[in-house]
Design a protein around this ligand. Structure first.
Ligand code: SER
Length: 942
């Protein structure tokens, strides 16, 4: 039986038993902070099991995409281990229990129209251990199914409990005994194919007496799809089933080798196959290789796969070539993979490229650790050192392990793991899913189950208070009444609410909740499962459980959020129109008149394109268009062409928001009635956030208008100041900046030529230019100076000031009596046979003074000169020169300025023949000159 057929039959079988067939949840469940990846089929139903949501059905079945990395070392080595796999499951939420679960499992496995397995090949196990015996399950298997006692193994809690060993070791929460079903093939060992979990206890604390029966008992079963397929197809490893072998073989072809199952290469191809499936699915869901959390796991898997190729001599990216094969094998259950194959391929290729570079840098570092090991006379490679290389350079430990092996070293995995643990970096390990209560909110959830949201229609509503929680020092407690000073933070839960809870990028609403005895200010609203939690503070009096309260959303803020949210959809449309359909949303944040939108695009968006995206968005805003929302079946939305984001889990039916006839998105957010109400839209920035992801920040409504007003005012101001038209601002600012540079050059060269700034003589006339043209002129001008637009007006003024002061200095220089070398020589003082010249040169500068020093030295015998000038009101420049002969006698210009500069409040130094210094006190120049002469007198005299 083909794998696809097995999956379909399983779901069909349980459909005939009145189960609701649920689509797979995403691989990375963002709603569940307790796991990085979905580890089992039951994960999406955690709140269902605990009665924390309204149950729309009590029986469910699914084929769930899962990812586990706990046993990563075994992948490729054993017949059954995977990181990515699918799990078939059937679930009961307080509905049927052991009897039906066991009977149906048996019927599905052995029934002739289902799997039709020979019952003689099946055995089972039940729990019998330290904390009890599941006699109920034993009897059903033995008496009702008719399995002989010797085909029912009784196993301890480490084998037959979920979570494993839960009674003794925890975690606290829901748990229960398992019953496993094993298949016995002709050749090869028995294989566990199905795990039936009877979740019937709540664990609290250590044994004994720590298991309390649950009021509603549940069923959670899991059958690994690939494992069951290998049993049905009679192959010796999961990797040889119909959907995996083609990938294994494609990998061999790409690496130019033959696939032989029993060889080391064979294991490598299986590892590559597993990891490339995991990476393809994750990247498809927009989880890219990266350095944090789940992204780091994907990066590690990808690098492990690439390294397998590296070990076989591959030195160029190859893994990406396997994506088509993965897509081909998984496209029947997941047709959407075909839509993203190209994006996934590109992302894998990019990451591979980077990794080869890293290997080049990283391998020598690992070699160095080996050298140290050798030098220490040891043959065990230090796992801590390798952990550091992994964390700093990303060289996976497997590489060090394999290199160690080849060179006759042992790798200390324990030390590696210890070191990673010490740094809290074991992000790759996923714990068993825990179902338990974390605090008072969970209690409230069990009572309220789902908050009724009325915020699409209303912004004010009355409701009853169902739960009050205060938090102090991280501890939450449930209270009957909430008063002003209760705890560090406070939460109110009601049965109904007009407050939108943060989701789909849109922030939570704020506002007030007023009761008969007091008022609560809502600072944020968040969802916990299907219950809305209002966070904030009591501002007066108290609110008590059961109070009827009036809930008022801050509508001014919410209207601003609506504008930003509808604009986000229009922007998404404009991006796709302009850049292509790959420019899909990767994440967004929508708050009052401000939005951030991340999307897929390899390179930065060119200014022209960005302008086009902005005008298209504005055009659509200007044209107006009704914004409507309807609840329709997911399939219908897909057919209508609604934009679907991969890696998002959509409910069915789903809410589709349409704008005019051009935008359809699945969205739970709050929107305008008409696109025209966005008012104003402006893109503020575009930048990269990570490889292949760009970010646009934009403003709408009031914030956009305020920003436009500011820019407009600044532009008018600059145009007036520079006496040019707004359109000429970039040129005029460019000229101004060049003028500043030229003047500085003149001043330092001492050539008193002057250049006049020219302008286009046009009167300032901003009215003629539309806002976006004005803004573009301002942006171009700011970009030319490499400053933000907001700083432009300030910078222009500064530059104008600089021009004035530079001109003044140049003028001073021109006015100053010209001093030449001969004059200086004639004014020097002879000390012994050394000519000492120490003088202030008004309106001079360092360049000029250095030039004079050179000329003097050429024209006369032993000479020591120090020239000083006031460069500005608080700046002094000193230059000293000593002639060659004196230098040979040990006189040093460097020492000289070191002594003299402090007199003018400065410091400096240099070589024995020429030295320079600065100071801050021009008023002390004459003292400095006296000090200079004094110094030379004592120096030369010696
Ligand atoms: N949760 C159990 C498992 O993962 C059964 O689905 O094995």
């Amino acid at each position: 039986m083909k794998t696809d057929e097995l999956r379909e039959k399983y779901l069909e079988f349980f459909r005939t038993k009145d189960h609701t067939v649920c689509a797979s949840d995403v691989l990375v469940p963002k709603w569940d902070a307790s796991v990085l990846f979905t580890p089992a089929g039951m994960n999406p139903f955690k709140d269902h099991f605990l009665g924390k949501v309204e149950l729309k059905f009590t029986r469910a079945t699914s084929s769930q995409k899962c990812l586990r990395t706990g046993d990563i070392e075994n992948v490729g080595r054993t017949a059954y281990h995977h990181t990515f796999f699918e799990m078939l499951g059937n679930f009961s939420f307080g509905d049927y229990f052991k009897r039906d679960s066991i009977h149906w499992a048996w019927e599905f496995l052995t029934g002739s129209q289902w799997l039709g397995l020979d019952p003689g090949r099946l055995t089972v196990s039940v729990y019998k251990g330290h904390w009890g015996f599941d006699e109920e399950a034993f009897k059903i298997w033995n008496e009702e199914i008719g399995l002989a006692e010797n085909r029912i193994a009784c196993l301890e809690e480490d084998e037959n409990y979920w979570p494993a060993s839960a009674p003794s070791e925890g975690p606290d929460g829901v748990c229960g005994p398992c019953s496993e079903i094993f298949f016995h093939p002709d050749n090869g060992p028995e294989c566990e194919i199905w795990n039936l979990v009877f979740t019937q206890f709540n664990r609290e604390g250590d044994p004994p007496d720590n298991l309390t029966p649950l009021p509603a008992k549940n069923i959670d079963t899991g059958m690994g799809l690939e494992r069951a397929a290998s049993m049905l197809q009679g192959v010796s490893t999961n990797f040889h089933i119909d959907t995996l072998l083609p990938i294994v073989e494609a990998a061999a072809v790409i690496c130019g080798r033959k696939y032989e199952a029993e060889t080391e290469d064979g294991r490598r191809f299986r590892r590559i196959t597993d990891h490339v499936r995991a990476c393809t699915m994750a990247i498809h869901e927009n989880v890219y290789p990266g350095s944090q959390k789940e992204e780091s796991v994907i990066r590690r898997l990808l690098r492990r796969a690439v390294f397998q190729g590296h070990e076989m001599g591959m030195r160029e990216p190859f893994l990406y070539q396997l994506v088509p094969s993965v897509v081909e094998q998984l496209k029947r259950p997941y047709p959407e993979l075909t839509e993203t194959a190209e994006r996934v391929t590109d992302a894998i290729r990019d990451e591979e490229d980077g990794f080869y570079q890293l290997l080049e840098d990283g391998i020598p570092r690992v070699e160095r650790v080996f050298e140290e090991t050798r030098a220490n006379g040891s043959n065990v490679v230090d796992g801590d050192a390798i952990a550091r290389i992994y964390q700093t350079y990303g060289v996976p430990p497997e590489i060090a392990d394999s290199m160690a092996d080849a060179q006759g070293f042992e790798f200390d995995w324990d030390a590696f793991k210890q070191s990673m643990d010490d740094h809290g970096k074991q992000s790759g390990v996923i714990a068993d899913t825990v179902m338990g209560d974390a605090g008072p909110i969970d209690d409230i959830k069990r009572e309220v189950k789902a908050t009724q949201f009325v915020g699409y229609e209303k912004s004010e509503e009355t409701a009853n208070v169902r739960g009050l929680v205060s938090e102090s020092g991280g501890e939450q407690s449930r209270l009957d009444s909430l008063e002003v000073d209760a705890g560090d933070s406070q939460m109110v839960i009601t049965g109904r609410t007009p407050f939108y809870a943060e989701s789909g990028g849109q922030v939570g609403d704020t506002g007030t909740i007023s009761g008969p005895e007091g008022e609560f200010s809502v600072e944020d609203t968040q969802k916990n499962g299907e219950v809305f939690v209002h966070f904030g503070r009591m501002t007066s009096g108290k609110i008590s459980s059961g109070d009827e309260v009036t809930m008022r959303v801050d509508t001014q803020r919410r209207d601003a959020i609506r504008r930003a949210h509808s604009a986000t959809h229009i922007l998404h449309y404009a991006l796709q129109q302009t850049l292509g359909t790959h420019a899909q949303q990767r994440g967004s944040k929508v708050t009052d008149d401000w939005l951030r939108f991340d999307f897929t695009n390899k390179t930065g968006v060119a200014a022209g394109e960005l302008r086009q995206i902005e005008s298209l968005t504005n055009e659509k805003v200007g044209a107006g268009g009704a914004v409507t929302a309807e609840i329709i079946p997911l399939e219908q939305a897909r057919e209508a062409g609604a934009m679907m984001l991969f890696g998002e889990k959509y409910p069915d039916p789903v809410r589709m928001v349409s704008i005019g006839d051009f935008s359809k998105e699945l969205c739970g957010g709050i929107h305008l009635a008409n696109a025209g109400d966005v008012g104003a839209f402006e893109i503020i920035s575009e930048e990269g956030v990570s490889k292949g992801t760009r970010r646009i920040v934009a403003l709408t409504g009031d914030k956009a208008r305020e920003n436009q007003q500011q820019i407009q005012n600044a532009a008018t101001g600059i145009a007036e100041t520079l006496n040019v038209s707004v359109g000429s601002i970039p040129d005029a600012v460019g000229r101004l900046s060049r003028q500043v540079k030229d003047l500085k050059k003149q001043l330092s060269s001492g050539k008193a030529a002057t250049s006049e700034q020219s302008n286009d003589g046009a009167a300032s006339e901003t009215e003629a230019a539309g806002y976006f043209a004005v803004r573009d002129a301002m942006r171009t001008a700011a970009a030319g100076l490499n400053i933000p637009v907001a700083d432009l007006a300030g910078r222009v003024n500064t530059m104008l000031g600089e021009v004035d002061s530079l001109k003044k200095q140049i003028q001073q220089m021109a006015d100053a009596p010209t001093v030449d070398a001969d004059t200086l020589i004639s004014q020097g003082e002879k000390i012994g046979d050394v000519l000492v010249i120490a003088q202030e040169l008004r309106g001079s500068n360092s360049n000029v003074m250095r030039g004079l020093i050179d000329s003097v030295r050429k024209k006369t015998g032993p000479v020591a000169l120090m020239l000083i000038t006031a460069v500005s009101e608080d700046k002094v420049a000193l230059v000293a020169g000593i002639s060659k002969q004196l230098v040979e006698n040990g006189v040093s210009a460097g020492d000289w300025v070191k002594q003299v500069a402090p007199v003018v409040g400065g410091g400096g130094g240099g070589k024995p023949d020429l030295a320079q210094a600065g100071g801050k006190q021009p008023e002390k120049i004459s003292q400095a000159i006296a000090a200079a002469v004094e110094y030379m007198k004592s120096t030369v005299a010696v």
